[in-house]
Design a protein around this ligand. Structure first.
Ligand SMILES: *Cc1c(COP(=O)(O)O)cnc(C)c1O
Length: 376
C-alpha cells in the first residue's frame, strides 16, 4: 500500500543532503552553540548584513511588508521600475525586468523563449535552474562538455533550426571558472543564435566595476545577448533580474509566467538591492573581496586547489566520505566549509568549496589555510 511514508526511496547515508540549522552573524555563523567562520556563503561582499542595506530594507517595510499581488495586477511599484532603469544603465542594456529568485527567472525566461521547435545548446555544468528551464520549455536540448566551445560549434553545425539559443552560466557556481562569453557571442553571431548568460555569481564580484563577466569581456548590451543576474548573492538581498533589448523585455512582460503568476518581490528586498547596487558601484567592498581572493590564492598555491580567479575556490578531494570528514574537521577548528557531493557535482569530484567574502579578515583566512595545511 502506498502512503506518504513509503513514497520516496531511501537516500544512501553519504548522499543524504544535510540541512544544518544555523544562525548567521555577519561573516560567522552559530551552529549548536558554537561560532564558526563562514566560508560557505554567497554573500560575497558582506552586503546582506551591511548596515546601509539593512536600514534601507527596514525603512521600506516600516508600513508595508508584502507586495500584495503580482506585478501584472497591482504589485507593480515604481520602485521596481526605478531599480530596473538603474540596473540596465549600469550593465549596459536597453531594458531590465525584475522577477522573483534566480530559479524563477530562469524557469520563466526559458519557458517564454523556447518551445519544442527551439534548439538549446547548454553547458553540462549549467545551474539546475537552467537545466529545469530547458526541460520546462520542451525544447530540444544539446549539452556540450563544460566550456568546450569546439564541441558547441560542432553541435551548432549539426543541428540547424530557425530558433536556437546558447545557454551558459557566466561564473560557474561549483568550479568558480568562467565561460568565455566573447567567444560564445561570436558563435551566436556565426550561427545566428541567441545567447543567454546567467551570471549570478559574477555580477557584483568580477570586473573592475563589479558589473560581471560580460562587462569584463565588453560584450554587454549586444542584441543577441540576454543576461540574468540575482540579488541573492553579491547583492545580499533576494530576487533576480533579466537584461536585454526593449523588445525582448516587453515580450517577457507579456509571457513570463513565473513573473505574471507570482507575487511581486517585497519592496524591502528591492530597497536593499538598490542600496547594494550603490555600494557595489562605490567599489570599496569589491576591492576588499578582490584583495581577499588574491590573499587566499597566494596562501593555498601549494595545496592543489582548482584554478579559479573568482570568489569560489574549490578543492577536489574525490570521495564523498573524504569531503565530509574534512569538512567536519574544519568545523572542529571553527570554520564552516561546505562539502559538495554528487549529484550537485559529477561523480568522483566531491569537493570542499570555499567561498570568500569581502568581510573575511586576513587573520580568518590565515587560520583556515593553516588548518587545511594540516589535514590535506
Ligand atoms: C544561485 C543561482 C541561481 C538561483 O538564484 P536564486 O536567486 O538563489 O534562486 C541561478 N543561476 C545561477 C547560476 C546561480 O548560481
Amino acid at each position: 500500500m502506498i502512503d506518504s511514508r513509503n513514497w520516496f526511496a531511501e537516500v544512501p547515508e553519504t548522499r543524504q543532503r544535510r540541512f544544518l540549522a544555523s544562525q548567521r552573524k555577519g561573516v560567522c555563523m552559530e551552529v549548536n552553540g558554537r561560532t564558526l567562520v563562514n566560508f560557505a556563503s554567497n554573500d560575497y561582499l558582506g552586503l546582506s548584513t551591511h548596515s546601509d542595506v539593512c536600514m534601507a530594507a527596514q525603512k521600506a517595510c516600516s508600513v508595508m511588508v508584502g507586495s500584495g499581488a503580482s506585478r501584472l495586477v497591482s504589485g507593480d511599484d515604481p520602485m521596481l521600475h526605478r531599480l530596473e532603469k538603474k540596473l540596465a544603465r549600469w550593465k549596459g542594456y536597453e531594458a531590465c525586468l525584475i522577477t522573483g529568485s534566480g530559479m524563477l527567472a530562469n524557469l520563466g525566461l526559458m519557458q517564454a523563449l523556447a518551445d519544442r521547435h527551439t534548439h538549446l545548446f547548454t553547458d553540462k555544468l549549467n545551474h539546475a535552474s537552467l537545466v529545469d528551464g530547458a526541460r520546462l520549455s520542451g525544447a530540444k536540448t544539446h549539452r556540450y562538455a563544460h566550456l568546450d566551445t569546439a564541441q558547441l560549434a560542432q553541435q551548432l553545425e549539426q543541428h540547424v533550426a530557425e530558433k536556437r539559443i546558447i545557454v551558459s552560466d557566466g561564473v560557474f557556481s561549483m568550479d568558480g571558472d568562467c565561460a568565455n562569453v566573447s567567444l560564445l557571442l561570436q558563435l551566436a553571431e556565426k550561427y545566428d543564435a541567441l545567447l543567454i548568460i546567467d551570471d549570478a555569481h559574477g555580477i557584483g564580484t568580477v570586473g573592475e566595476s563589479g558589473a560581471g563577466l560580460t562587462s569584463m569581456h565588453k560584450v554587454f548590451g549586444h542584441t543577441r545577448l540576454i543576461e540574468v543576474g540575482t540579488f541573492g548573492k553579491a547583492f545580499g538581498s533576494y530576487g533576480a533580474f533579466i537584461l536585454g533589448t526593449n523588445e525582448l523585455i516587453e515580450g517577457l512582460r507579456q509571457r513570463q509566467r513565473t513573473m505574471i503568476y507570482s507575487t511581486a518581490l517585497p519592496l524591502a528586498m528591492i530597497a536593499a538591492a538598490e542600496t547594494a547596487l550603490t555600494l557595489v558601484q562605490q567599489g570599496e567592498v569589491l576591492s576588499r573581496l578582490h584583495h581577499n581572493i588574491a590573499y587566499f590564492k597566494a596562501g593555498t598555491s601549494a595545496l592543489g586547489f582548482m584554478v579559479s580567479e573568482t570568489a569560489i575556490q574549490p578543492l577536489i578531494v574525490g570521495s564523498d566520505t573524504e569531503a565530509l570528514t574534512m569538512s567536519a574537521t574544519l568545523a572542529k577548528y571553527g570554520f564552516f566549509v561546505a562539502a559538495i557531493r554528487p549529484p550537485t557535482v559529477p561523480e568522483n569530484t566531491a569537493r570542499l568549496r570555499f567561498t570568500l567574502s569581502a568581510s573575511h579578515s586576513m587573520e580568518q583566512i590565515d587560520k583556515v589555510i593553516d588548518c587545511l595545511g594540516n589535514i590535506v
